[in-house]
Write a protein that binds this ligand. Structure first.
Ligand SMILES: Cc1cc2nc3c(=O)[nH]c(=O)nc-3n(C[C@H](O)[C@H](O)[C@H](O)COP(=O)(O)OP(=O)(O)OC[C@H]3O[C@@H](n4cnc5c(N)ncnc54)[C@H](O)[C@@H]3O)c2cc1C
Length: 331
């Protein structure tokens, strides 16, 4: 294969594009990832939590038992192979709002399969220094935290070293589509895989996919006296970043930075993986919504198997699935 010939060109190097490139390359495929290296993309500003428990209803996240162990294993393996550090196995301390909330947690923690994640209570007198919560809280473990900016930077360095990265924008009107290959600039490839997050959502090529983009904002603050080795989750999440820097806060703080981005969510809150219906040389990997860090590794592996072994995708995840009439807002 010549240096300008690739199996796949990946459009976008967020969490989706990075993980897909990783699995395809681990399977011996040659990929070129194209990305403009923008500063504050969704993947770079993400809070980065892998959290097994979802929302006010306190239920296990969709497919948590599949996604979470695989995500943890994948991030640790990538750290190991690249000699980089971006994953922390932080426990989460969920703070109770009131006695009723505490009871809800007690009830839910007895649900099947919750005991792998939801552990003992932390009484008001046992709270870590700097945390005030009159009803105490409960420990949630076996999730973790990914420093997503470090992760995407580490992957980009790896791709660059392997001759698999091109900085810039890939626009479809620059691509020549042939029966057996595509041509973009001086590069040829078997297909393009679109991992461009919210840009795909705005693109006419994907206008009939069930997207439901959702804005998200995050603050980086500087404060003293909070724990550095756990995530605190009450009215807000507090995630330690190293030094006295945190994402969001309770105690007196100064705002170091404020970021906003659009989550590439879907109406049924399921990711999208599969082939474009009118162009067999275009695939899409999108719809990671608010759980890209958690779902991304498994979905990238599923798409890799689809591409390499021609395995049919799960109907629930295909781009043109028929959407159920009533969406479950809890997942
Ligand atoms: C405030 C906030 C907090 C979040 N917290 C969490 C969390 O705690 N846990 C969690 O799991 N998820 C979280 N998420 C969600 C997570 O960030 C997303 O699921 C994930 O980043 C989506 O990744 P992506 O690769 O699909 O898209 P993106 O991150 O948008 O990546 C797309 C990439 O494609 C590039 N691109 C666009 N157009 C082109 C083009 N024409 N050519 C080439 N490249 C192009 C972009 O520049 C970008 O680099 C959060 C999101 C937000 C906004």
């Amino acid at each position: 294969m010549s240096t300008n010939t690739f199996d796949y060109i990946i459009r976008g190097q967020g969490i989706a594009g990075s993980l897909l490139a990783w699995f395809l390359m681990q399977s011996g495929k040659k990929v070129l990832v194209v990305d403009p290296v923008r500063k504050n993309t969704c993947s770079k500003i993400a809070a980065g939590l892998i959290h097994p428990v979802t929302g006010r209803r306190i239920v296990k996240s969709w497919n948590a038992d599949v996604f979470i162990p695989f995500a943890r294993k994948t991030y640790l393996e990538i750290e190991d192979k690249l000699a980089e550090r971006f994953f922390e196995d932080y426990p989460v301390l969920e703070l109770f709002n009131d006695a009723g909330h505490r009871n809800d947690w007690a009830g839910r923690s007895a649900d099947a399969g919750m005991s792998d994640y939801v552990k003992e209570e932390c009484g008001p007198g046992q709270l870590p220094k700097g945390i005030i919560a009159s009803h105490g809280g409960r420990w949630v473990v076996n999730g973790g935290w990914v420093d997503t900016r470090r992760f995407t930077d580490a992957l980009r360095r790896y791709l660059m070293k392997s001759g698999s990265f091109e900085e810039g924008l890939l626009e479809y009107n620059q691509v020549d589509f042939h029966k057996d290959k595509i041509q973009w600039k001086e590069y040829t490839a078997g297909a393009i895989i679109d991992c461009s997050g919210v840009d795909a959502i705005r693109h006419p090529l994907f206008s009939d996919l069930p997207f439901n983009p959702c804005k998200g904002e995050i603050l980086q603050i500087n404060t003293h006296g909070l724990p550095k080795d756990m995530v605190i989750h009450g009215a807000m999440k507090i995630i330690p970043l190293g030094g006295w820097e945190y994402l969001t806060g309770y105690v007196p703080y100064t705002i170091s930075s404020q970021f906003a981005s659009i989550r590439p969510s879907t109406k049924d809150r399921r990711p999208i993986i599969g082939q474009h219906k009118a162009n067999s040389k275009i695939y899409i990997f999108n719809g990671l919504g608010s759980k890209g860090v958690m779902m991304g590794p498994w979905m990238a592996r599923v798409l890799t198997a689809m591409l390499i072994n021609d395995i049919a995708p799960d109907m629930e995840l295909t781009p043109y699935r028929r959407l159920p009439r009533v969406f479950d807002p809890g997942h």
